[in-house]
Design a binder for this molecule. Structure first.
Ligand SMILES: Cc1cc2nc3c(=O)[nH]c(=O)nc-3n(C[C@H](O)[C@H](O)[C@H](O)COP(=O)(O)O)c2cc1C
Length: 327
């Protein structure tokens, strides 16, 4: 049986959250204490070839990325795929992931993301068109269906007939959004139908949950971690067998908070936008290493200088030594 130490941990794509400054801050602080080496990027939407601007791909520029990353795209237009795949190939990528899970209503209504799952024939014709000429290997990340968990079965039959690098499954339906629980019974039932390497995604937010999952699904060798890492950035370390004392955890957390500020500032965020980003993470952080009442204080701040002052109170005067005042 694969224990949590031998599973491959992958940072899940989270649009607006796990972008390159986050990934860099995470890997710089925790990379040495974890086997999590790969992230799937938040999706990039397919656009007509002539409209691909390098700025669309900024999250994926190799020079911006300190963590290995597999790009992900969202869309259903086969004709738009090749220019995007070629642009990413030119940046050095060798594989790409297709987002068939996005549950957002206006996306799904256009038969994108999980909204394409009720249309297995459209999925087949997309794959038939793009795979023969794609310079990139393809993986697929999907939900159980859009409106019903039965929708995945014909989709898996389609996916089985193409050469894919893996299929990642988040066992919820689209209309469920993030409500309820990831459905392990549904996941178990569909596994025999899937011929590809399977990656799991959904609700692994503690060592106990990971152990329960690995105990029940000993043959799943790779698991994505999403919200669990955002709220507890130490999770991939604990899952890789690294534990820290209270003081060490607190100083690593301070270093992480500092790295988040630094990397978002280096990415060009300033003022409100920079502060909003830090607030987003403080709203999620949970754990003993988080100063008591921290989010209540951070959320009331209205400038970054106040944020730096607060963090210095918590973490010591040397915190954010490299902080640059706004230009
Ligand atoms: C804010 C947010 C943004 C997300 N963005 C993406 C995305 O761009 N692509 C994708 O495939 N999944 C996306 N997801 C889904 C996650 O990758 C993951 O499958 C889901 O959150 C369940 O895993 P978790 O419980 O470990 O977070 C997103 C989830 C959240 C909460």
């Amino acid at each position: 049986m694969l224990g949590t130490k031998s599973v491959e941990w992958i940072l899940a794509p989270m649009d607006g959250v796990t972008d390159y400054p986050y990934r860099n801050a995470w890997v710089e602080t925790f990379g040495a204490y974890s086997t999590m080496r790969l992230a799937v990027s938040p999706f990039v939407s397919l656009v007509p070839g002539g409209r691909i601007r390098l700025s669309h791909l900024r999250d994926l520029f190799p020079e911006n990325n300190r963590m290995s990353v597999e790009p992900q795209f969202l869309g259903n237009e086969a004709g738009y795929f090749l220019p995007m795949a070629e642009a990413l190939h030119a940046l050095g990528y060798s594989s790409i992931d297709w987002n068939l899970g996005c549950p957002v209503r206006h996306v799904a209504r256009k038969q994108r993301g999980s909204g394409l799952l009720p249309y297995p024939d459209r999925i087949r014709s997309f794959l038939e068109s793009v795979l023969p000429s794609s310079p990139l290997a393809l993986s697929v990340k999907l939900r159980l269906g859009y409106a019903s968990g039965e929708e995945i079965y014909p989709v898996l039959d389609v996916l089985n007939s193409f050469p894919l690098s893996y299929v990642a499954i988040h066992p919820r339906t689209g209309i469920q959004l993030y409500g309820g629980r990831a459905d392990w019974d549904a996941f178990e039932a569909l596994l025999p139908r899937l011929r590809h390497r399977c990656v799991y995604s959904g609700d692994i937010d503690s060592v106990a949950k990971a152990e329960a999952f690995c105990g029940r699904f000993p043959r799943i060798g790779a698991i994505m971690l999403g919200r669990g890492v955002i709220s507890n950035p130490f999770l991939p370390c604990s899952l890789s067998g690294f534990d820290f004392g209270k003081e060490e955890a607190r100083s690593l957390f301070a270093a992480f908070v500092q790295a988040l500020l630094f990397h978002y500032q280096s990415a060009g965020l300033r003022g409100d936008a920079l502060l909003r980003r830090q607030k987003l993470f403080w709203g999620q952080f949970r754990g003993e290493y988080v100063p008591e009442g921290a989010f209540g204080l951070v959320k009331r701040l209205d400038n970054v200088e106040g944020y730096v002052r607060l963090c210095r109170q918590w973490f010591g005067q040397s915190w954010a030594g490299g902080w640059r005042e706004q230009e």
